[in-house]
Design a protein around this ligand. Structure first.
Ligand SMILES: Cc1cc2nc3c(=O)[nH]c(=O)nc-3n(C[C@H](O)[C@H](O)[C@H](O)COP(=O)(O)OP(=O)(O)OC[C@H]3O[C@@H](n4cnc5c(N)ncnc54)[C@H](O)[C@@H]3O)c2cc1C
Length: 431
C-alpha cells in the first residue's frame, strides 16, 4: 500500500511553499512536490517581494532570507522613442524596519523558503513531475507522478503548479487561455558592480530602486517593462499580452533587445554583463479569468488560480496569501475529517474576502479595457511627452503661448472630447 499523506502540495513556488510551511507548522503530514532540480530553479519573477505577506508566514524573515535590497524608491517612466516623463516616490521609512518590499532572485529565495518548510517538517521531493490528479468517486485522492510506482495519496491535494496549471485544466477547472488573458514576459539578469548600481540609481549603500517602464518600452503595446536593482545585478524585463504580440507580430526577445538599446535605459545598464535569460507567462486576465479554486479533495492557489494584480505588479504576495489561506482551511478540514468541496469552500470565501479577492475585483475590467483601447499607450504617452518637452524648452516663447500650442496640438475639439471620454473611462475601471 503506497504511503498516504494528509496533504500533497504540487509546485514549490511562493504559493506552494507558503502552504506547505503553514501545514507542517500545524503538524499536518505534508508532501511538497517540485518538478525542478530545486525550488526556484524554474521560477521567474521581476523580483519584488512584498514584506507583509511573507511576514504573515515567517515573521522577521528578512533577517536571514537571501533578499537583495530593500526598495526605497519606486519610479514610473512613461517612455517615447527619445524622451520620458518620470515620476515616483522615494521614502527613507522604507529603508528601515519594518520595510515595505525587497528585490529577490527567485532561484535563491525559493530554495531558502522551501528549506524553512522542510525545517518545519514538510517532506520536499524535487525533480518530480505530477502528471495528473487521481480521482476516485468524484474526489481527488492523490497524484500520479513521473516516478516509477509514482502514485501518491492524500486526503487533500493543493495545486500550486503555476500559471499554466495543467492539473487544474485536467480537472475541468480551467479552460484554455485566450491570448488576452496572459502576458509573455522575458527578462535578463545583468551583472554590474554594486557601487556602480548605487551611483547610477542614486542610492545609499544597500538600498534598492524599482523603475516600471510604460509606452515605448513595449512599442506602445499594452504591457510593461521593469528595471530593478539587486545587490550586484539588475533585473531588466518586458512583457505584453500574448494578443498584442500576435497582433504586432513581435518576438519576445526582440522586445527585450529593443528595451536594452533604448536611449532612456541604455545608460543604466551600460557595461553590465548578461548572467541569465528567462521567459515566463503571467496570468493577467484577473478576476474574470479566475478558475474554480475548490473541488472535492482539491484546492487551487497562486498563479494556478490566476491570482495576479497586473496593475500593481503583485503576484508573489497573492500567491503566498492564497497558500497560507489554503493551509488554514486544510487544517480545519483535517480537524473536521471533511475534505468535501462544500467544506473546502471555506478557502474560497477567505480568499475572496481578503485583499486578494478585493483587489482582483477592483481591477476586474482594467486589462480588457486597456487592451480594447490601445490609444492610452500608443498615443497618450507620446502626447504627454511632447507637452512636457514644449513646456520645459526655454526658447523665448511665453508660457501662456506654450500652453495654447500644447492645447492646439492635442487636436480638434472632437479629438479633445474623445480624450476626455477615455480619461473618464480609465478612471472608472481603476477607481
Ligand atoms: C517576468 C515576471 C516578473 C514578475 N514580477 C513580479 C514582481 O516583481 N512581484 C511579484 O509579486 N510578482 C511578480 N511576478 C509574478 C510572480 O512571479 C507570480 O505571481 C508568482 O511566482 C506565483 O507563484 P506560484 O507559486 O503560484 O507559481 P510559480 O512561482 O510559477 O511556481 C509554480 C511551481 O510549480 C512547479 N510545477 C509546475 N508544474 C508542476 C508539476 N506538474 N509537477 C511538479 N511541479 C510543478 C514549477 O516548477 C514551480 O516551481 C512576475 C512574473 C513574471 C513572469
Amino acid at each position: 500500500m503506497p504511503e498516504k499523506f494528509d496533504c500533497i502540495v504540487v509546485g514549490a513556488g511562493p504559493a506552494g511553499i507558503a502552504c506547505a510551511y503553514e501545514l507542517a507548522k500545524a503538524g499536518v503530514k505534508v508532501l511538497l512536490l517540485e518538478r525542478g532540480e530545486y525550488p526556484g530553479s524554474k521560477n521567474v519573477m521581476g523580483g519584488v517581494l512584498y514584506r507583509q505577506m511573507m511576514e504573515d508566514v515567517i515573521p522577521g524573515f528578512y533577517k536571514e532570507a537571501p533578499v537583495e535590497r530593500p526598495i526605497v524608491e519606486q519610479r514610473f517612466m512613461m517612455m517615447d522613442k527619445e524622451s520620458a516623463t518620470t515620476f515616483g516616490y522615494k521614502g527613507l521609512e522604507w529603508a528601515r524596519e519594518p520595510y515595505n518590499n525587497f528585490t529577490v532572485l527567485r532561484a535563491k529565495f525559493d530554495q531558502w523558503f522551501a528549506g524553512k518548510a522542510v525545517e518545519q517538517g514538510a517532506l520536499l521531493i524535487n525533480e518530480t513531475v505530477v502528471l495528473s490528479c487521481i480521482v476516485e468517486n468524484g474526489k481527488v485522492v492523490g497524484v500520479q507522478t513521473d516516478r516509477p510506482d509514482g502514485q501518491l495519496y492524500a486526503d487533500v491535494v493543493v495545486l500550486a503548479d503555476g500559471v499554466n496549471s495543467l492539473l487544474a485544466k485536467s480537472l475541468g477547472f480551467h479552460r484554455e487561455f485566450k491570448p488576452d488573458e496572459v502576458a509573455l514576459a522575458t527578462m535578463e539578469i545583468l551583472k554590474l558592480d554594486k557601487k556602480v548600481i548605487e551611483d547610477r540609481f542614486n542610492l545609499e549603500e544597500g538600498q534598492g530602486c524599482t523603475i516600471e517602464l510604460f509606452g515605448d518600452a513595449t512599442k506602445g503595446i499594452l504591457g510593461t517593462g521593469f528595471l530593478y536593482t539587486n545587490k550586484d545585478t539588475l533585473s531588466l524585463g518586458v512583457g505584453t499580452l500574448l494578443s498584442g504580440m500576435i497582433k504586432h507580430k513581435l518576438k519576445p526577445h526582440h522586445l527585450l533587445d529593443y528595451v536594452k538599446n533604448h536611449p532612456m535605459i541604455r545608460p543604466y545598464i551600460q557595461g553590465a554583463e548578461q548572467q541569465e535569460y528567462l521567459a515566463h507567462l503571467i496570468p493577467e486576465g484577473g478576476y474574470h479569468s479566475m478558475p474554480k479554486v475548490v473541488g472535492n479533495g482539491v484546492l487551487v492557489v497562486g498563479d494556478a488560480a490566476q491570482l495576479v494584480n497586473a496593475i500593481h505588479r503583485e503576484g508573489s504576495n497573492m500567491a503566498m496569501t492564497s497558500g497560507r489561506l489554503a493551509a488554514e482551511t486544510v487544517v480545519l478540514a483535517k480537524q473536521a475529517g471533511d475534505f468535501s468541496e462544500a467544506f473546502l469552500d471555506h478557502y474560497r470565501k477567505e480568499l475572496m474576502g481578503s485583499f486578494v479577492g478585493q483587489d482582483l475585483k477592483k481591477y476586474k475590467d482594467s486589462t480588457h479595457h486597456f487592451d480594447k483601447f490601445p490609444q492610452y499607450f500608443e498615443q497618450y504617452i507620446p502626447m504627454m511627452n511632447r507637452a512636457m518637452s514644449q513646456m520645459f524648452t526655454v526658447d523665448g516663447t511665453s508660457k501662456r503661448e506654450k500652453q495654447k500650442k500644447i492645447w492646439r496640438d492635442i487636436g480638434s475639439a472632437k479629438e479633445k472630447v474623445k480624450i476626455a471620454r477615455d480619461m473618464y473611462r480609465a478612471w472608472k475601471v481603476m477607481k
